[in-house]
Ligand binder design. Structure first.
Ligand code: F0G
Length: 525
């Protein structure tokens, strides 16, 4: 038993061993990882899993390694918390500039840095809730002032109650018959106190993945990840991606009103005011862990209009789909979807640093946020400088890297589509964007082979096939965590034609095994 299994992930260690994935990599370059066999010889593996999407420039890119070395050789101040962080500032400016260029949004975006994708999501959720709470407090103060003014006006005889009960908001009209201004305003204040106590709601899409920390896991659709911790976090409603028409119903379902008082020509009237009940709507432009599903332009537009209509924030989670992965800095810019917040991570660290960024429109930014939200390791000069280098590499030559991702992605998609045409009984769908692709395999629940039926039943088909591809083909591919029959392919922008052809051959052999249920090959000896 390896130390990994003994001291780190005992359960995963056992699964790796059962599937033949129990490999320890010792070196990596570009799209290749190396492990050693029993004789100590280095065995190359074509890595198409790409660090779960964190290696748009591959493993140990020479320019990024050289940049990291230069920082270390210069003994740069890495942990200089509570100071002006020069590299973080330059990175924040660069990120804002790229987002504005790609979205044509006029105002800048302010950056809050973290160490992981989930942390960026947590920061966006916290900031959006801070904005909501400030809105609620301002609204409550305004209404309280109106209530006092109405009470005083009636006391001084300058106003009187509107006798027409039909003009009371529905929530009062059927309640106890108000007796005088004090009775009425007491009912109004009781209603408002209850409404203000409404737990905030977040919206996310079905099949979403936004992280596994206490806050972000509430927004992750997979109940296996979320259910045990549901009592620890925010209220979330999951929306089907392909049912934008449901959004109007959700707006009505979730509408909460506060009751305000106004004096209209000497008559005290009670009017309804919308209460900010929904803190934010989170979307991934291309859902990754949930099975590689891209948002369409129409779906994006419906979500944006919904957020504008109900006055809630749109958080676009680009942790996986951003940083050039889909052929642009932001995958959302390809469908014309603009966010109030963006989250970035994975390839932002260039395959060497751990860094994430939460970007928020400056006009939304609550200044106190940087006083109440922080992380020891965030904004360090080492990670920030590497991330800045990555942004420069993506933006170089007028975005040549994005064009390369698009061209390589089209080439890879073409090969996968050919395979699907040759094996329609095995490959159900090929989808995704740029170099963020998924191959959905047909359900094997009706297979004669018990191995295939069993893996279909347990949702582990993708893991079984990943073990085969690694052991027999020297290719590393993983299934999407929440859709076990979808193989995710996320290579670097340097994917070569030879590597594409090598994958073609491997998948062709795999499809034959599945077609003829020649499953002996799949089982790890
Ligand atoms: N948001 C998205 C869209 C992600 O795909 C991920 C991670 C996260 C947030 C969390 O980032 O792991 O750095 O905390 N996705 C990985 C995956 C787990 O399987 O694609 P993290």
């Amino acid at each position: 038993m390896s130390q990994f299994t003994a001291f780190v992930q005992p359960e995963m260690g056992r699964i790796f061993a059962a599937l033949g994935l129990d490999v320890a990599y010792v070196r990596a370059e570009g799209n290749t990882l190396y492990h050693r066999d029993e004789q100590g010889t280095e065995i190359p593996v074509l890595d198409l899993m790409g660090g779960y999407g964190s290696l748009i420039f591959g493993h140990n890119h020479p320019e990024i390694v050289a940049h990291a070395r230069s920082l270390l050789d210069a003994n740069r101040a890495v942990h200089a918390q509570f100071s002006l962080r020069g590299e973080a500032g330059r990175l924040g400016a660069a990120l804002s500039e790229v987002v504005r260029r790609e979205t044509s949004v006029k105002e800048p975006y302010l950056a809050t840095f973290g160490n992981s994708g989930a942390e960026a999501v947590e920061a966006a959720v916290k900031h959006a809730e801070l904005v909501r709470v400030r809105k609620v407090m301002a609204l409550a103060d305004e209404i309280a002032a109106h209530t006092e003014a109405a009470r005083d006006a009636v006391r001084r005889g300058e106003a009187r109650l509107d006798p027409d009960v039909g003009r009371l908001p529905a929530v009062l009209a059927h309640g106890p018959q108000a007796d005088g201004i004090d009775g009425l305003l007491a009912a109004v204040e009781a209603h408002n106190a209850a409404a203000i106590g409404t737990r905030p709601l977040f919206l996310a899409l079905e099949r979403s993945f936004h992280g596994k920390l206490v806050g972000s896991v509430q927004l992750t659709y997979n109940s296996g990840f979320r259910a045990p911790f549901q009592n620890l976090g925010a209220r979330v409603r999951f929306v089907p991606m392909d049912r934008p028409e449901l959004l109007d119903r959700i707006a009505d379902d979730e509408r909460v009103v506060l009751l305000d008082t106004e004096i209209d020509q000497g008559r005290v009237r009670i009017v309804e005011r919308d209460f900010p009940a929904i803190t934010a709507f989170l979307v991934e432009p291309v859902q990754g862990e949930g099975g590689i599903h891209a948002l369409t332009t129409e779906q994006g537009r419906a979500i944006r209009l919904f957020c504008n209509k109900v006055g809630t924030a749109l958080i676009i989670d680009e942790v996986q789909s951003g940083m050039g992965r889909c052929g642009a800095f932001l995958a959302s810019s390809l469908i014309g979807l603009r966010g109030d917040y963006y989250t970035l991570s994975k390839s932002l660290g260039g395959g060497l640093a751990k860094i994430s960024a939460m970007l928020v429109r400056r006009s939304l930014y609550e200044g106190e946020f940087d006083l109440i939200h922080s992380s020891t390791f965030a904004m360090d000069d080492f990670s920030s400088s590497i991330a800045h280098k990555v942004v420069e590499m993506l933006e170089a030559d007028d975005g040549q890297a994005y064009r390369q991702v698009t061209e390589r992605g089209a080439r890879l998609t073409g090969m996968l589509t050919d395979l699907r045409a040759a094996y329609p009984d095995i490959i159900e769908d090929v989808r995704g964007k740029g170099l963020f692709l998924g191959v959905q395999l047909r359900d094997q629940a009706q297979a004669r082979s018990m191995v295939l039926r069993g893996s279909a039943y347990t949702g582990s088909l993708g893991y079984l096939l990943s073990g085969y591809l690694l052991r027999q083909e020297g290719i590393r591919i993983a299934p999407t965590g929440s859709a076990g029959n979808v193989l995710r392919i996320q290579p670097s922008a340097y994917l070569t034609d030879e590597e594409i052809e090598r994958l073609r051959g491997a998948l062709d052999r795999l499809c034959r095994i599945l077609r003829y249920e020649d499953t002996l090959h799949l089982v790890h000896p």
